[in-house]
Design a protein around this ligand. Structure first.
Ligand code: CMP
Length: 140
């Protein structure tokens, strides 16, 4: 399988509980390499742009409010089949449905406060990475 890059966010529920290291240990344990990482306070405009695809959903306002409620850690992860690998490691969107050992099963609180985001496809990974990182900030 080809080496890919995917975009990850460690969300406010995880930064507030000071468990970003626990999340990173699960990422690294799955064979993914963190090739860029920074802790930021997302602006409302950044969150609305990032989740623009969901703007008609009933939970959009709640989602944006949550994403700006505390710092997040944005990351670029690299590895073989990184996009699908990370989605496996994250587990189901709703932690109630997530498999033991996945980040959401071990860390998430609810479908909204679900600890992590990961890109769903090659195109979205490229767009999401470019929203938060310049090329010289990614060091493989
Ligand atoms: P994420 O993978 O970041 O992409 C969209 C996010 O919307 C998703 O994770 C959830 O955190 C959030 N989400 C999905 N469904 C709901 C819901 N029913 N209520 C609140 N947030 C949701």
């Amino acid at each position: 399988m080809a080496i890919e890059r995917t975009f990850s966010i460690i969300k406010p529920d995880a930064t507030k509980r000071n468990i970003t290291g626990k999340v990173n240990a699960l990422i690294e344990g799955a064979g993914l390499k963190i090739v860029a990482q920074k802790r930021i306070q997302m602006t409302r405009a950044q969150a609305e742009t990032f989740y623009g695809v969901h703007k008609e959903r009933p939970f959009f306002g709640e989602l944006v409010d949550f994403m700006i409620s505390a710092p997040v850690v944005v990351q670029v992860l690299e590895g073989e089949g990184a996009i699908s690998r990370y989605r496996e490691v994250m587990g189901a969107t709703n932690p109630a449905n997530a498999v033991p050992g996945t980040i959401r099963k071990e860390c998430a609180l609810s479908v909204g406060e679900n600890s992590v985001h990961g890109s769903d496809a090659t195109e979205t990974a490229a767009i999401e990475i470019a929203q938060f990182f310049s090329a010289n900030e990614i060091v493989g």
